[in-house]
Design a protein around this ligand. Structure first.
Ligand code: HEC
Ligand code: HEC
Length: 488
């Protein structure tokens, strides 16, 4: 009897252990050949297509019926919204203030946004945006922030974001003006690199001065691949990585963002956006409709005037696109669902050259330099996720945690628990397809890095040791690391 009980407890403990570690697979130790399934970063849904439409492919394991809905979702993602009133009732309600007319306008071909080339009006900041906020000014704002229900206190006149477009006859809020200072850097082997440090200012502010303590955060649109798989990573696995980092002495200590989930009215783990400020794809997508385009959705029914503030009466009084046949919304329930399905199921492209000797050597540099400490290579997704995402071995190269990245990258602007120098580890899957999708490469939250090496050299804070290793290795090892990243 005693014996039986003992083995039962032992067995339960074993199961418990399996449960907590199984979903975060062991790190690679053998770099002489590729790991099993490493070439399929998006699991069974990985797509064989690369090239300029690499980030618009349906997951390969989507059912036929869902593939049709994916196509409809894609057309909503690409749809150009128009102002109200309009004869095309299913596409109106844009703005009045807005940043773009379509999701695709920023997430270009499903890829990332870019820094405007040259100065306005030659190119405006469509796929780049600026968030605005202030320190809480009174007890009420302090209490609101402390409740965890808002990410920050919006700037009182301009709102949460600067909109650089408006309805005809109504002034836009203003525009972002960027200038760069080149900072030369010599690597240990004599290679000369230059990093461009951005400096942002605002021009043509049409609604008067900003609050004197306004904080800014400039971001380009993230690439859209594999997002449903990131949503299907178990919270338990993300927390176990945070705990393991806390225990280890390597100077890496990621922590989760905790954000307000509107559907459940509760505080949950943040996963999406450059500071992991959004908990789910539905909320992220609905927030984009609201703030970037001024459109109301089932989640944000009152967002039909977008980011207008009480200081912007003309904006508040403009016509909107709500109509009875769309359930009193601008983006009806079904449209929102199809869009979510599309966003959840964009495939991750298969990797290239996984067994190439230079790529494998670069993979070793990646591990030896501590990159994998934050860019967690693989997970097994939750079994109870949607069919296409459930129980998949995936290789996103992120822990979805926030890390202090140092002064160089800091925006000095908090978002929920993320402070002014913390950013979510950016997923690296598909990063080698960036040039093909975007015709050029611009990395990091504000697109300042013009190539992968610059992106690495901007790493500071918890990643400073990692960066220094890359500065100090010889050119052939660095080339191998870049070949590995290009193979992702
Ligand atoms: C004006 C440009 C712009 C438009 C329009 C836009 N986005 Fe975004 N999108 C961004 C930026 C910038 C981010 C990063 C936001 C952050 O860090 O909080 C982002 C982030 C996202 C993410 C999170 C991706 C990740 O890796 O975490 C999703 C999902 C997304 N957008 C979906 C959409 C959808 C769907 C639409 C259309 C309804 C849309 N976006 C419209 C600029 C835009
Ligand atoms: C302490 C955690 C940490 C370590 C260690 C780390 N990174 Fe990162 N990495 C990040 C974060 C956070 C970002 C996003 C920063 C931003 O956008 O400002 C990022 C961004 C990147 C990007 C740009 C991704 C994009 O989509 O724009 C690349 C490339 C990258 N890291 C490669 C590496 C390599 C290679 C190493 C090892 C030399 C490394 N990282 C080490 C946390 C880390």
């Amino acid at each position: 009897m005693h014996h039986y009980l003992f083995s039962l407890i032992f067995f339960a403990a074993l199961l418990g252990a399996v449960n907590t570690v199984a979903a975060v697979p062991e790190a690679a130790t053998d770099f002489s050949r590729a790991q099993l399934y490493e070439h399929l970063p998006g699991g069974a849904g990985s797509s064989g297509k690369r090239g300029k439409n690499a980030f618009l492919q349906p997951a390969a394991n989507l059912s036929f019926a869902n593939k049709l809905d994916f196509k409809i979702g894609e057309s909503i993602f690409a749809k150009f919204w128009v102002f109200s009133p309009s004869s095309t009732q299913a596409s109106d309600g844009l703005g009045p203030l807005h940043n773009a007319r379509s999701c695709m306008g920023c997430h270009i071909r499903g890829g990332r946004g870019h820094v405007p080339e040259g100065n306005w009006p030659i190119d405006n900041a469509i796929s780049m945006l600026m968030r605005l906020s202030i320190e809480p000014q009174n007890e009420q704002q302090r209490a609101l922030l402390a409740s965890g229900e808002v990410p920050f206190i919006a700037e009182p006149t301009y709102g949460a974001q600067l909109q650089d477009f408006a309805l005809q006859g109504m002034p836009a809020e203003g525009r972002i003006s960027i200038s760069y200072t080149e900072q030369p850097l010599t690597l240990a082997d004599g290679t000369l690199v230059s990093l461009r440090m951005p400096s942002y200012s605002l021009a043509d502010l049409n609604y008067g001065p900003l609050h004197p303590d306004t904080k800014f955060s400039v971001r380009i649109a993230n690439p859209m691949l594999g997002l449903g798989l990131l949503e299907a990573i178990s919270e338990r696995d993300i927390m176990s990585l945070a705990e393991a980092q806390e225990r280890s002495a390597e100077g890496i200590s990621g922590r989760p963002n905790r954000v307000w989930e509107h559907s459940s009215q509760s505080i949950v783990l943040g996963r999406f956006g450059w500071k992991a400020g959004s908990p789910s794809l539905n909320q992220q997508n609905s927030a984009a409709f609201a703030t970037d385009m001024g459109l109301s959705t089932p989640l944000f029914k009152d967002a039909y005037q977008g980011d207008c503030t009480v200081a912007q009466q003309q904006c508040l009084q403009a016509a909107d696109g709500r109509s009875a046949h769309l359930g009193g919304l601008e983006v009806a329930q079904q449209m929102s669902q199809m869009l979510d399905l599309f966003v959840r199921n964009i495939a991750v492209p298969k990797r290239r050259n996984v067994a190439d000797s230079q790529v494998l050597a670069g993979k070793k540099v990646f591990y030896d330099s501590g990159c994998a400490g934050c860019h967690q290579p693989s997970f097994i997704t939750e079994q109870d996720a949607a069919d296409e995402q459930a129980g998949q071995l995936i290789w996103p190269y992120t822990d979805l945690l926030l890390h202090d990245m140092g002064e160089g990258l800091a925006d000095h602007r908090p978002e929920f628990l993320a402070n002014g120098s913390e950013w979510r580890t950016a997923p690296l899957w598909g990063i080698g397809a960036t040039a093909a999708v975007s015709s050029k490469t611009e990395f990091l939250h504000d697109g300042r890095a013009r190539n992968l090496l610059e992106a690495i050299l901007w790493h500071g804070g918890e990643a400073a040791q990692s960066r220094d290793k890359i500065i100090n290795i010889d050119g052939s090892q660095r080339a191998a690391l870049l070949a590995f990243l290009e193979s992702l």
